[in-house]
Design a protein around this ligand. Sequence first.
Ligand code: ISL
Length: 569
Amino acid sequence: MSEPWWKTSVVYQVYPRSFADSNGDGVGDLPGLIDRLDHIYALGADVVWVSPFYPSPQADNGYDISDYRDVDPIFGSLADVDRLIAELHSRGMKLVIDIVVNHTSDEHPWFVESRSDTTNPKRDWYWWRPPRDGHTLGAPGGEPTDWIAFFGGPAWEPDVATGEYYLHLFDPKQPDLNWENPAVRAAVADMLRWWLARGVDGFRFDVINLVSKELRPDGTGVYANGPRIHEFVQELAASAWGDREVPIITVGECPAATVADAQLFTDPARGEFDMVFQFEHMGVDHGPGGRYDIRPVDLVALKRVLAHWQTGLADVGWNSLYWCNHDQPRPVSRYGSRNPAYRSASAKALATVLHLQRGTPFVYQGEELGMTNYPFTELAALDDVESRNWSREALERGMPFEQVLAAVNVQSRDHARTPMQWDASPHAGFTTGTPWLPVNPNHVTINAAAQVGDPDSVFAHYQRLIRLRHDEPIVVAGDFTMLLPEHPQVFAYLRRLPATADSAAGSDAPRELLVVANLGDDAVDVELPPEWEHSEIVLRSAPDEVASNPEAGMPWGRLLPWEARIHRL
Ligand code: ISL
C-alpha cells in the first residue's frame, strides 16, 4: 500500500516531567526518557511525541515557552534532543515535538519587548488593547472583550506600565501571539524549519485552531476557528514543511472543532494537517458547566460521536484516535469498571474498541499498563493550574469541599501527570529523589515490571493491538460500520475492505473484521450478525474463566463482563 507512513503508525505520548528521572531531582528528563526507550519499542509504537521540554517558567508545565530553540535545564540540553533523535532513528522510530504557538510565556523575549513600550516594533506581535470606552485600566468591566480564559478569570490582563491590556486565552503568563502580523507567522515557520533540520519527524500543534480570532462586541467574538485559520495553516504548512521529500506527521490540536472543520484541516489536497485532535468525545461526561460539572459517561453518546467522526472522515481526511493525554483523566478510571477486579479487563476492552478504528492511535504513557486516577484527599496536593484555579473559584462560590474534591478526583489533569509506574519500589522506579507529583500508591501492583513479558497483561494486549495494525491492511484502510448503536453496554463495529479499493493486500488477506466489546460489569447477550458465529477469533480479552476455557458453554452472542473480541472473516 502506498499509504503515508503515519497512517500505519501508532504514536506514544511522553510527558517528560513524569516519565523517568535520571538525576534524582524528582522531575523526569530527556536522559531518563532515552534510558526507557526500549519500553516504548517493546510496546511496538512507531512514533514518540514528547510534550514541551523547552525553557519555560513552568506556569503550565512547559506549555508556556520562553525560548523555542533550546531545552529547559530541568529536562536536559539540546545535545540530549539530538541523542533522543538518534536513539529513536536507530530503532526505526520517529520523534514528534510539541509546538505551542498560540501563545508564548510572558517571559519570552518577544513578549518582554512587546510590553516594554507601546511603540516597540514587537508591540503588535501580541494582542494589546486599551480599556473599554469610559473605563480605567484594571477597573471592573474595563476588559476590551467579555472573554473568559480557559483557566478561569478574564482573558485580559492589565499592564499598568503601558496602560493597556493583553490577551491570554489561558494563564496570564501565556500571552496570545498575534497571528494577524505576518512577522509572527514567519518567525514560527522559521523555528519549525530549524527543528526539522535538527532531525525531528513531525509536530503536534497546541490549540492551533485558536490562532485566528476576531475581537468583537460582547457575545459575538470568535476565539476558535476564526476567519483566517485555514489560510494561516496552509501558509505555515507550505513554508515550513511543504518541500519535504519524506513526509512528516502533523497533528493539530483543535478544541471545539467539528467534523466539518476537520474535513478542511485534514483533506490532503488542501495542504494543512495530517490529522487533528478533536474533543467531542471528551465531552460525553461533561455537563453544561464544563469538565468539572460531571455526568456519568453516556456510552450511547460516546459511540455516536466516535461513529460520526469515523464516517465523517471516511472519504476525505484522517482521524486521530485517543482516550487520553496529559490533560485528561485516566481512561480506565473514566470509562472502565469501578470494580478493581475488572480494571485490567476494562483497560483491554477500551483499548480494543479504540485501536481497531480507522485512524492513527495515540497511547498516553501508562495507559498501556492500565494506570488509574490518583486518589487526591487534599486540594493542596494538586499542581495543575486548571484544577487549582477551578477548585479555588468553586470554593469561593460556596461549593462544599467534598464536592470540589470529588470533581477534581474525576477530572483533574493531574491524574495523567502522576509519575510513570515502572516497578513496585518506593517511587515506582521513576526517581531516586522526591517526585514532583505523588506516585499512585497502586504502583505496587500496577507497574511495567509486573506486566512486560506477562501474556495476560494490559501491556501485552496493547502489543497485540499494535501488531495487528501493522500486519493487517484492513485495520488501517477498511471502512467502518457501527453495530448496535443504541446498546447501552456493548461497543461493536465492522471493518470492511472493499475488493476494489485493495490491490496490494493480497487475495488471502481478511476483508472483514468484527470488533465487539462488553463495556459493563454484567455479562450480556447480544444479537450479532449470524454469519460471524463460526468465524476465527483473532484476539479475545476476557476475565480468566473464558481465557482458560474458551468454549465453556458460552452461547454465541454472550459477552462476559468487559470481554472484548476481534473476529475475522
Ligand atoms: O482540556 C481542556 C479543557 O478543559 C484544557 O485542559 C486544555 O487546556 C485544552 O485542551 C488545551 O490544551 C493544550 O493547551 C493548553 C495546555 O495547558 C494543555 O496542556 C495543552 O494540551 C495551553 O497551552
